[in-house]
Design a protein around this ligand. Structure first.
Ligand code: DGJ
Length: 576
């Protein structure tokens, strides 16, 4: 076989570099209470990540100077693509140069990696497939938006397509096992990238049409029956509307229309993912996931990248692809709370591989770790950020805080003792800054969080960039009032809260004023026993400023300044 010399040479090279076998510390997913943790080298690991722009990892010499900046932003993980076109330039001949350089540079900079397999699909298209695939449409068929009109989207219905992809992906994972099996630089792998159909919800090739006219696979119907009470509401309702049929064609079971077209494609895309992911896992069983482009309000299947790993299709993906450990959202819209809620339905672990790089990422990161026990958070095109200003600077402060708190966060994941809080944003970017309450089970106090303008750092002038502030007079528990109601250039506000004891809380974040209300019978007024600014060193807390006097509005509230990311440890008592 022509390909042998290169494959063998590269295998020998890997061995000479010190081939390693996977050990017990291999990155893996583990349940803790209701959470799923990523465990690496035996310890929970929170991914404080950033994803590289698509082409950055194609010239790793140019990457070299970027690592220092990524470290300065307090990242511990870089999310980077591996390109099928580089990995298998000629059929059966594998070249691991790109991935090896990526790993070597990561290790030299004490950074972990999540690899993105840019295989058959990238943002629905098949632009990363090797030339031998692109140039042979007869052997590697494509989808057809209308009959006879091919798209640059490989058909999920072709065995030749998935076999070629699975073979290359298996070669990658085999190589990772040898090269990284005991170092664990690579934590997880994303299989494909934003798989889906556009601008039609369904492939209209003869192969697709003929399968569409056949019965829904029993494997899917059995899954639906078994999980009837836990299905995503959209699918549950669609199935129920046709009488929960347990046999029949796609249109018999789910009705005619673009939603059913999408379900059909989701099944076949997910099966294809399964074949690729399973082939990779047989070689080296790292956690694997699939990511999705999200949907604009009111868009029907066909207008967005349809049939991908979206929350309304999670059951189809789960039934077809058990090797996909979870599905992940790429969040470019402001309604982060809404999408993260959808992606955590039915215990899907939350990992955000991509987010639009704005200063808001600094609070969104705190929110998803606090509220949803996230595995990780990672803004996109991170190498373009500045550590001096804007999103990069804000992210550095927020990730710095998360890095400090990571052991504590890991300890509280899945136990109901932690949450996240931030003003809810709508799709159009409108922000509801109404105060929110936090009631954690077992807590002796409810937290009332307002996003009014709290004072800046204790040593700074009292006015903030958002305008002057004034204190409401008198009553214990009264909160800070703003004299300004519109905030065109509002700084991000929010953070996370951990209950350390029924009367003790850790509040981390920015731009929040918190008052407290006692729960249950007893003295009715909450007072602050002590509030300290703290930081954490190797899991132990170190006291900074004692917050009292003006900084607590003479004992009435806890305030975290806007524009800075701080942590306060607050102990409460009650009186009458
Ligand atoms: C989402 C994709 O997954 C990324 O690879 C990149 O194309 C971004 N969109 C660009 O905004």
């Amino acid at each position: 076989m022509k390909s042998q010399p290169i494959a063998v040479a590269l295998l020998v090279a890997a061995t000479a570099l010190g081939a390693q076998q996977p050990d017990a510390g291999i990155p893996q997913l583990r349940k803790q209470g209701t959470a799923t943790q990523l465990v690496v080298d035996g310890k929970p690991f929170l991914i404080l990540g950033g994803e590289l722009g698509n082409s950055t990892a194609s010239d790793l010499e140019r990457m070299r100077p970027m690592w220092a900046k990524l470290r300065a932003m307090n990242l511990n993980t870089v999310i980077a693509p591996v390109y099928w076109e580089f990995l298998e330039p000629r059929e059966g001949q594998f070249d691991f140069t790109q991935v090896d350089s990526l790993i070597a540079q990561s290790r030299a900079n004490d950074m972990r990696l999540v690899l993105l397999w840019f295989g058959s699909w990238k943002n629905s298209m098949s632009s990363y497939v090797p030339e031998y695939v692109k140039l042979d449409q007869a052997r590697f068929p494509r989808t057809e938006a209308t009959r006879g009109q091919g798209q640059e989207i490989l058909s999920p219905f072709s065995a030749a397509n998935w076999e070629a992809d699975a073979r290359a992906f298996a070669a990658l994972m085999r190589h990772l096992r040898a090269f990284d099996g005991s170092r664990h630089t690579v934590l997880m792998v994303q299989v494909e990238n934003e798989t889906g159909m556009i601008p039609e919800a369904r492939d209209h090739s003869p192969a697709a049409d003929s399968l569409f006219a056949r019965a829904v696979p029993p494997q899917l119907l059995v899954y639906l029956e078994r999980h009837r009470d836990a299905l995503a509401p959209e699918l549950r309702d669609r199935w129920a509307a046709r009488g929960n049929r347990t046999s029949g064609t796609w249109e018999d079971v789910f009705g005619a229309g673009v939603h059913t077209d999408e379900l059909f494609m989701a099944w076949h895309f997910a099966q294809y993912h399964e074949r690729v992911a399973a082939a990779g896992k047989r070689e080296y069983p790292l956690p694997m996931y699939a990511n999705a482009a999200l949907i604009r309000p009111g868009y029907l299947p066909g207008r967005y990248v349809s049939a991908g790993p979206l929350p309304h299709l999670i059951d189809v993906w789960r039934a077809a692809s058990p090797s996909t450990n979870f599905i992940a959202p790429d969040i470019y819209f402001p309604n982060v709370a809404e999408w993260t809620e959808k992606y955590t339905r039915s215990a899907n672990p939350l990992f955000i591989p991509e987010a639009r790089l704005t200063p808001q990422v600094s609070v969104d990161a705190l929110y998803v770790f606090g509220k949803h026990d996230a595995i990780g958070y990672s803004p996109f095109a991170i190498e373009g950020a500045s550590t001096e200003q804007g999103a990069g600077a804000a992210l550095a402060r927020s990730f710095g805080l998360l890095a400090q708190l990571a052991p504590l966060i890991a300890q509280h994941q899945g136990r109901g003792t932690m949450t996240g809080v931030m003003p809810a944003a709508g799709f159009e970017g409108t922000v509801d800054e109404a105060p929110q309450t936090i009631s954690l089970a077992g807590a002796e106090y409810t937290l009332n969080v307002s996003f009014a303008n709290p004072p800046g750092p204790p040593t700074a002038a009292p006015a903030t960039a958002d305008g002057p502030v004034s204190f409401s007079p008198g009553l214990p528990g009264a909160t800070l009032q703003t004299t300004q109601t519109t905030r065109a250039s509002s700084a991000p506000r929010g953070g996370l809260v951990i209950m350390l004891a029924p009367n003790e809380f850790l509040i981390a974040g920015t731009g929040m004023v918190v008052t407290f209300t006692p729960n249950g019978a007893g003295a009715p007024i909450a007072g602050i026993l002590a509030a300290d600014q703290v930081h954490y060193e190797k899991g132990n807390w170190v006291r900074g400023l004692r917050m009292n006097g003006d900084q607590t509005h003479q004992g009435r509230h806890v305030a975290l300044g806007t524009g800075e990311f701080t942590v306060q440890r607050v102990k409460l008592y009650r009186y009458r």
